[in-house]
Design a protein around this ligand. Structure first.
Ligand code: S3P
Length: 436
């Protein structure tokens, strides 16, 4: 893909459905009784992997990719059946971590794995709490990475609040060392099959779509600050839901409008859940002209239209509790920082090293090749803005967010930028280049 500087970006667009919410709609739809109809589902490769894994577990799922509509014929908490084949999550960390929690509550055994990137990502972070819950889960190569083998467990009977309860796992209170929605959600979903309440406390609040959607489907969830709890064995009921546009996808267009002179863009129907809106807060702190219009609620999630104009940006410090709310947006925030006056420091973002690629490494290398003044630190990076960027060849290492962030950098760089393996955007945003 070749990118060259062009005139202002003007007009309006809608971005595809939220990836995190799309995954969860399939999972909770499958575990509910009755039909769940989803609108504006993200037809990206990661979410299609979730669909194919649940089909393998015996859940009928119909969809028409051109309409973004999916129908899940849920079979209830006990309705999954074993798969003869290994479950393949492709590139999707959300699928492997959340599904592992669900699989540990089943009476049958499973093996779950993914592509070469997934097989390098840390799974110890879910093995620890799942084993504390009594699950029999291990990694094939004993390296705390996928493939993961999960042995089905027998039913036990106990009583909670005077009611008999069939369960396979123990309810625990897990203090997670990382602020990760994938870890939190894995444990809460396993908690649906536990003998008592399951609680997760995390060091900072990560995205809360699992908690919101569990409540929407009828589970009893309580949240107090960074602590979320779920009651076991709820009756989940299928429902209709409509998925807001993905703020992580909107972020590339927000950035494009901010750095290409004279741009003005309206991005419609974007999810602005406060556990995901760090990109808006950062843009505002950098001095961006950005406003939220037509704020409303859709399926339990806050939604708005985002109006953004080309702005003079200034460097800022980004660290602490805001990091989980913008973790996937750091590649594009780094690009924005190159166009800001002064220094931007990103700290407490060591999680970037264990995403689809080592994103600290790839961001710093690629922006340096484009002429930016940027250095890597142990837990982030320091960027001194104001130097003009020039085009070069960008190896995305098949990381979708790197490919999209550097495409936007190319729009405001001198000369020609070439993105290698641009098709990796199919993971989260198949129409990215077409929309751009
Ligand atoms: C996700 C959580 C985040 C995020 C990922 C999607 C989710 O990962 O980076 O793209 O859907 O729960 P962590 O929970 O590991 O930070």
């Amino acid at each position: 893909m070749i990118i060259q500087k062009k005139g202002p970006i003007k007009g309006s667009l809608t971005v595809p459905g939220d990836k995190s919410i799309s995954h969860r709609s399939i999972m909770l739809g499958a575990l509910s009784e009755g039909i769940t109809e989803v609108e504006n589902f993200l037809m990206g490769d990661d979410c299609l992997s979730t669909i194919s894994c649940f089909r393998q577990l015996g859940i009928p799922i119909d969809f028409d990719p051109s309409s973004q509509r999916v129908t899940i014929h849920g079979k209830g908490l006990g309705g999954l059946s074993s798969s003869n084949d290994v479950l393949d999550v492709g590139n999707s960390g959300t699928t492997i971590r959340l599904m592992s929690g669900i699989l540990c509550g089943q009476g049958f055994s499973s093996t779950i794995t993914g592509d070469s990137s997934i097989r390098k990502r840390p799974m110890g972070r879910i093995l620890t709490p799942l084993r504390q819950m009594g699950a029999d889960i291990d990694s094939t190569n004993n390296d705390s990475c996928a493939p993961l083998n999960i042995k089905g467990s027998d039913m036990s009977l106990s009583s909670i609040e005077g009611k008999d309860l069939i369960h396979r796992l123990k309810g625990i209170h897990y203090h997670s060392p990382v602020a990760s929605a994938q870890v939190k959600s894995c444990v809460l979903l396993a908690g649906l099959y536990a003998d008592g309440i399951t609680t997760v406390t995390e060091p900072a609040l990560s995205r809360n779509h699992t908690e919101l959607m569990l409540s929407e489907f009828g589970a009893s969830v309580t949240v107090l600050g960074n602590t979320a709890s779920v009651h076991p064995r709820p009756k989940l009921t299928g429902r209709k839901l409509s998925i807001p546009g993905d703020i992580s996808s909107a972020a590339y267009f927000i950035a494009a409008a901010l750095i290409v002179p004279n741009s003005e863009l309206l991005i419609k129907n974007v999810g602005i859940n406060p556990t995901r809106d760090g990109i808006i807060n950062v843009c505002r702190m950098m001095g961006a002209e950005i406003s939220l219009e037509n704020i409303r609620k859709d399926g339990g999630e806050p939604v708005a239209d985002i109006l953004v104009r080309y702005s003079n940006l200034k460097g800022i410090e980004i660290s602490g509790d805001i990091i989980p709310t913008l973790i996937d947006e750091i590649p594009i925030i780094a690009v924005l920082s190159c166009f800001a006056e002064g220094k931007t420091t990103i700290r407490n973002a060591e999680e970037l090293k264990v995403k689809e690629s080592n994103r600290i490494d790839l961001i710093v290398k690629n922006l340096s090749y484009m002429g930016a003044d940027i250095i890597a630190t142990e837990d982030g990076m320091i960027i001194s803005g104001g130097r003009s960027l020039h085009g070069t060849v960008i190896d995305s290492k098949m990381d979708h967010r790197i490919a999209m962030a550097f495409t936007i950098a190319g729009l405001a760089a001198d000369g020609t930028t070439q993105i290698l393996n641009p098709e990796c955007v199919n993971i989260s945003y198949p129409d990215f280049f077409k929309n751009l």
